[in-house]
Each structure stands twice: as C-alpha cells, then as structure tokens.
Design a protein around this ligand. Structure first.
Ligand code: HEM
Length: 365
C-alpha cells in the first residue's frame, strides 16, 4: 500500500484543530483582537517596550550560548573569552551580539522610560506598570554591571573595583552591600563567582517575574492615551488593532533593529583587553560603561567637602533623591493639578539634559 505524505496545509489545519481543542486559543485571539493602539503623533514611542523585549530575547539566546564555554574563575575567565573570540566557530559573533545587544537594550530602555514618563503613562491606574518598569530598569543596569566584570580584563576589573568602592559610601547599607557583592574587601574570585550567579540566575529570575507583571498590567489597562488624544471628540479618535496590525509593524521594527545590531556586530566586533592584574596600578582614564558615566562624572565634579560633609556623600544623596523622585512621581502627579503636571515634566527635562550633558562630558574627559 502506498502512503501519501500529508500536505503542509492539511498538517497546519490538523495542528490548529488539535491545539484549539486543548488550549483557550479562541479566548486569547479575541483578547489580542480587542486590544487597540491609539493613533496619534506620539504613537512611535509605543514600539520601544517591544524593542526592549525583542533585545531581551537576543540576550537570553546569546547568553545561554556563551555559558557553554565561559568559565567563571579568575585563572580561566579571560582565557575562556579569548577562546570564544578566536577558536570557537562564530564565538566572536555571539559574544559581540551579546555585548552590543546589552548596550542597545539599555538604550531602548532609557528611551522607553523617558517616553512613558513624558506621556504621563505612570498616572493612575498605571502606577504598578511604572513601578515594575523602574524595577526592571534597575535589574537591567544590574545585568550590565555584573556582566562587565566577567571577561576579567583590566578595564572591567578596575571599573568594577571603583564602582563597588563608590557603592560602599552609600549611607547605612552601602558598605555591607559592597562587602557582600565583593565577597570580602577586594575584588577577587569570590566576586566573580557572585557576579556570575547574580548575572545568570538571580537577575533572570527576578526579571522574568517582574516582566510578567509589567506585561500583564499593560494588557489589563490597555495602552495609555496622552492628554492631547484623550481630550479629542470620540469621532476624531482613531485606533488600530493590536493584532494583527500593530503586531506586524512591531515585527518590522524588530527586523530593522536586528539589522542595526548585526551591522554593529559585524563592523565593530567587541574587543577584549589584557587580562586583569589586581596588583598592577589602575590604567589611566578608567571609565565605566556609558550608562554609568553620568553618575560617575557627577561624583567626580563634586568638591572634596561640602561644608562639614564629604562631597561624594552629598552627590550620592542628591542622586538618590532623583531616584526617589522617579518612584514617587505617580503619587505627586495624578493628573488633577496642572502645576504638578508641569513640575513633573520640568523635573524630567532637567534629568534628561543633565544625564546627556554629564555622559558626553564623561566620554570627552
Ligand atoms: C525589560 C524591560 C522592559 C520591557 C521588556 C518592557 C516592555 C513593555 C511593553 C511591551 C509595553 C507596551 C508597549 C509600550 O508602551 O512600549 C510597555 C509599557 C509600559 N512600560 Fe515597559 N518595559 C520594560 C521596562 C520599563 C521601564 C524601565 C519603564 C519605566 C520605568 C517602563 C514603563 C512602562 C509603562 C509606564 C508602560 C505603559 C505605557 C502605556 O500604557 O502607554 N517599562 N513596556
């Protein structure tokens, strides 16, 4: 007897029927089709969260591949990265994708944070979306800080040492936290072990939980509408369906971003400095990654003493107040008062300009 192969269409139809009988796909489809995205001149910013999510996917895949060859020991870490760069097929490519991807993801997150801030998307009922977002930002900066040390080259070693020394000056718990992260008084094997566990286990677990909450909130409250759109007559408001219209555009934007990521990776593969020597003096002009440059530069420009208090301490307290401002903004600006709304906008503008100026100054100095 001759058996006929099943055509792809028939196979797809059977699979569809199989899944529909077993999963609530109709409900999910109805939910996705019900969701609508407002169309206005600021709609572009709605793509940023999706871009960050797509880049997170790249980080997970490339991170898992790197873990196959990376060795978190001070005697082997640098050599294992060198091996990935020079001996493993496409190793340099995967490593560069991970490093460039991390930078692009943090950039996308900063734009997402500030665009949702200026569109006032933190207001009731989206406070939890905002707070989970802030926690996600903290986690992603944590990924950047812990990942930076892992290659164990001279810049990463000394930048981590300086970063932890600064953190130890934070009033109350700073010293204890820095001591626990280092695993003692010096950056050593204990530090690399801790940073590795934080980078590949603790932060991913926290991230997945918080991201689930963040996206659930977006689903529950739908996408926010800026005031200029909300105040229009119902007949003047236009929307597009999230599924499939916006989702297909999302995919197009992801492809464009992936092109940029692949271009950067191919044109400028991520470099690796000489192996760290903890007993050597710190190389001149050591700097952290660009996203930590603004706080770094801010602390550098503080005078040694502000009255009776150490200048660095004053700087740390001022930066903590800015962070507290971002946490409390949904309670301060609920939308009821124009004066408060303006104050929140100006606070955001001052922070963005200071961040940009300090970062550029940090790069140039
Ligand atoms: C891993 C990090 C993150 C991912 C993957 C992510 C993803 C998303 C996605 C897909 C959306 C819906 C579309 C959009 O508005 O872009 C969204 C909305 C939102 N996100 Fe994030 N996000 C992240 C981090 C953050 C951060 C750092 C903040 C700011 C503190 C934030 C605040 C918000 C707010 C307030 C909304 C609601 C926007 C609205 O309703 O218009 N998110 N996020």
């Amino acid at each position: 007897m001759v058996s006929h192969p099943v055509s792809p269409q028939k196979f797809a139809a059977r699979l569809n029927a199989f899944l529909r009988e077993r999963l609530p796909l109709e409900e999910l489809q109805a939910l996705a089709e019900k969701k609508k995205v407002p169309l206005h001149k600021h709609s572009l910013w709605y793509y940023l969260g999706g871009i960050a999510g797509m880049l997170l996917g790249v980080q997970i895949v490339t991170g898992l591949l790197l873990m196959v060859y990376y060795v978190p020991e001070i005697t082997s870490a640098h050599a294992s990265i060198l091996k990935i760069n020079t001996q493993i097929n496409f190793g340099w490519f995967v490593r560069s994708l991970h490093s460039w991807g991390a930078n692009l993801m943090i950039l996308a997150l900063f734009v997402h944070l500030f665009s949702t801030y200026f569109m006032k998307a933190y207001r009731k009922p989206r406070e939890l979306t905002w707070w989970t977002g802030l926690a996600l930002m903290g986690i992603c900066l944590g990924f950047g800080f812990t990942g930076y040390l892992l290659p164990w080259d001279d810049v990463s070693f000394f930048a981590t040492k300086i970063g932890l020394d600064v953190a130890s000056k934070v009033p109350f718990a700073g010293n204890l936290i820095a001591y626990m992260l280092r695993g003692g008084d010096a950056v050593s094997q204990a530090t690399i072990s801790r940073f590795f566990v934080i980078h590949v286990a603790i932060l991913p677990i926290l991230l997945i939980g918080l991201l689930g909450g963040h996206l659930l909130m977006v689903q529950v409250h739908n996408i926010s509408e800026p005031n200029s759109f909300k105040n229009l007559e119902p007949a003047e408001k236009t929307y597009e369906k999230f599924f499939p219209t916006f989702f297909l555009k999302d995919i197009l934007v992801w492809i464009l971003c992936l092109n940029a990521l692949f271009g950067l990776t191919m044109l400028s593969p991520w470099s690796l400095g000489p192996e760290a020597d903890p007993f050597a003096p710190a190389p001149i002009g050591i700097k952290p990654e660009w996203y930590f440059l603004a706080p770094f530069q801010f602390l550098k420009m503080m005078p040694a003493m502000v009255g009776p208090i150490e200048g660095e301490l004053v700087g740390l307290v001022l930066m903590s107040l800015v962070a507290v401002g971002f946490v409390l903004v949904p309670t301060f600006d609920s939308g009821a008062s124009t004066a408060r709304s303006r104050a929140a906008t100006w606070f955001g503008i001052v922070v963005v300009i200071s961040f940009a100026v300090l970062s550029i100054w940090g790069v140039l100095s």
